[in-house]
Design a protein around this ligand. Structure first.
Ligand SMILES: Cc1ncc(COP(=O)(O)O)c(C=O)c1O
Length: 376
C-alpha cells in the first residue's frame, strides 16, 4: 500500500487531509504496556486480536511487548500478517468451504504454527482429507460456544467427540480450546460482567476436563476480551487472552463500567477521527466532513468530540456530520479541525487505509492498515 507520504507528507497534525484516523502515540504506548504488564503479572499468555487494528506494524509492537502470538478473524487477514513475517497466528472464525480449506492448507505450509478453529465434525473431516492429500500438518483448536450461540460447538460431549475425531488423523494436531463469549465483553457493570464471563468459561473448562479425562491433553484455553481482561485472567485454567480493542478504546467500551466505577477507563482513547468544519451557515450548527463513511455506524450512539463538551453530533449523510452547538457562542468555526472519539473502533479502522501516528502536534509516522477490507 502506498502511504500518503508519497503524495502528501504531513509534518504537523494540522496538515493531515481529513477525515483521517489518528493514533496518539503516547496513549497507544500506555495501553500497549498496561495490558502487557498486567497479563505478565498474572502469568496469562496474550494473543491480542488483530481484527481491531488490521495493521502489521501494531501486531509487531504487541509481539515485541511479549504477546505469544496474535489472533485474526479471517484467512485473508492471516495472509497479510504472514506476508509481513508474523508466524504465531490463530484464526478465530470457522473455515468450512473447500476453497478456503485449500487456502488454509497453503498458508499452513508457509506458516507451520498457524492455528484454525473447528466446531463441527464435517470441517474436521474436510481438514483431515485436505491435510492428508497435501501432506501438510494442521493445528486445530476446538471452538466452544460461550453461551451467545454465535459459533462454537456445545460444551461437553460434542466437544469430546470433536477431540476424538481430530485424534484419528496424523495430519491434525489438537492444540487447545477457544471460548469467546462476545456478549460478555460489553456487559454493563463489573459484577454482571464477571458473572457472565465465569459462566461462559466454566463451559469451556468443564469440557477441557472431560476431553483430558479421555486422554487428549488441552494445553491452551483461549478467549476473552478487553471487557473481561481482569476477570478471565483470575480464572484457574484459562491460559490466554484475546483482547483487541484495549489498544485504541471506543465509546462502546467506556460505558461498560469498571471495578472502580460507572465508566471503563482502564485503557485510554488513543484512536480518534479528525474531521474539518466545512460549512457553518446557522448560528448553532456546524457541518464536518465526516459521516457514515468516516465512522462505523452500528451503535445507537454517535461520535463524541474529544475535549469539548456541550456539542452533539448527528449523522448527515455519507460525507457529512452536523454538530449541534449547545451554546451558539461556542468556539467552533469554519475550518476548525476537530477530533472525535469513535463509537466502535474495529469497523471504523476498517474504513481507512492508514493510521496517522501523532505525538503532540507532530506526525511521527504513517502506518498502513494493510488488512483493511480483508474480510474473507
Ligand atoms: C473471537 C474474538 N476474540 C477476541 C475479540 C476481542 O475483543 P475486544 O476487541 O472486545 O477486546 C473478539 C472481538 O470481537 C473476537 O471476535
Amino acid at each position: 500500500l502506498a502511504t500518503s507520504k508519497e503524495f502528501h507528507s504531513p509534518v504537523y497534525k494540522d496538515e493531515i487531509p481529513t477525515p483521517a484516523l489518528l493514533l496518539d502515540l503516547d496513549l497507544f504506548e500506555r495501553n500497549l504496556n498496561k495490558m502487557a504488564d498486567f497479563l505478565n503479572q498474572k502469568h496469562i499468555d496474550f494473543r491480542p486480536h488483530a481484527k481491531t487494528h488490521k495493521c502489521p506494524v501494531i501486531a509487531k509492537k504487541q509481539l515485541e511487548r511479549g504477546a505469544k502470538g496474535i489472533c485474526v478473524a479471517k484467512l485473508s487477514e492471516a495472509e497479510v500478517m504472514i506476508a509481513e513475517g508474523i508466524q504465531e497466528i490463530l484464526i478465530t472464525s470457522e473455515i468450512v468451504s473447500k476453497s478456503k480449506i485449500e487456502q488454509l492448507i497453503a498458508l499452513a505450509r508457509q506458516c507451520p504454527s498457524l492455528l484454525a478453529v473447528v466446531d463441527h465434525p464435517q470441517p474436521v473431516r474436510d481438514f483431515m482429507e485436505a491435510a492428508e492429500s497435501r501432506k501438510v500438518k494442521l493445528n486445530v483448536v476446538i471452538d466452544i460456544d460461550g453461551g451467545n450461540h454465535r459459533a462454537g460447538c456445545l460444551p461437553g460431549r460434542p466437544a469430546l467427540d470433536l477431540a476424538d475425531l481430530i485424534a484419528r488423523s496424523n495430519w491434525l494436531k489438537l492444540c487447545g480450546i477457544q471460548c469467546y463469549a462476545g456478549h460478555v465483553a460489553h456487559t454493563v457493570g463489573f459484577e454482571a460482567r464477571m458473572k457472565s464471563s465465569q459462566e461462559a468459561l466454566e463451559r469451556a473448562l468443564e469440557s477441557k476436563a472431560l476431553i483430558e479425562k479421555y486422554g487428549f491433553p488441552i494445553e491452551m484455553v483461549t478467549g476473552g476480551s478487553t471487557g473481561s481482561y481482569n476477570i478471565d485472567s483470575q480464572i484457574q485454567g484459562f491460559t490466554e487472552l484475546q483482547a483487541g480493542s484495549y489498544i485504541f478504546m471506543d465509546l462502546d467500551y467506556r460505558r461498560i463500567g469498571s471495578d472502580r466505577g460507572k465508566v471503563f477507563l482502564d485503557f485510554e482513547f488513543a484512536l480518534t477521527v479528525v474531521a474539518t468544519v466545512i460549512s457553518q451557515s446557522h448560528p448553532n450548527l456546524a457541518t464536518v466532513d465526516g459521516g457514515f463513511k468516516a465512522f462505523a455506524t452500528d451503535k445507537p450512539f454517535t461520535p463524541e468530540l474529544k475535549n469539548i463538551t456541550g456539542v452533539s453530533f448527528r449523522w448527515a449523510g455519507d460525507e457529512h456530520g452536523i454538530l449541534e452547538l449547545g451554546d451558539p457562542g461556542q468556539e467552533i468555526k469554519l475550518g476548525d479541525r476537530l477530533e472525535f472519539l469513535t463509537p466502535h473502533c474495529d469497523p471504523t479502522v476498517n474504513l481507512y487505509d492508514r493510521l496517522y501516528v501523532v505525538r503532540a502536534d507532530r506526525v511521527e509516522d504513517i502506518w498502513p492498515i494493510a488488512a483493511r477490507g480483508k474480510s474473507q
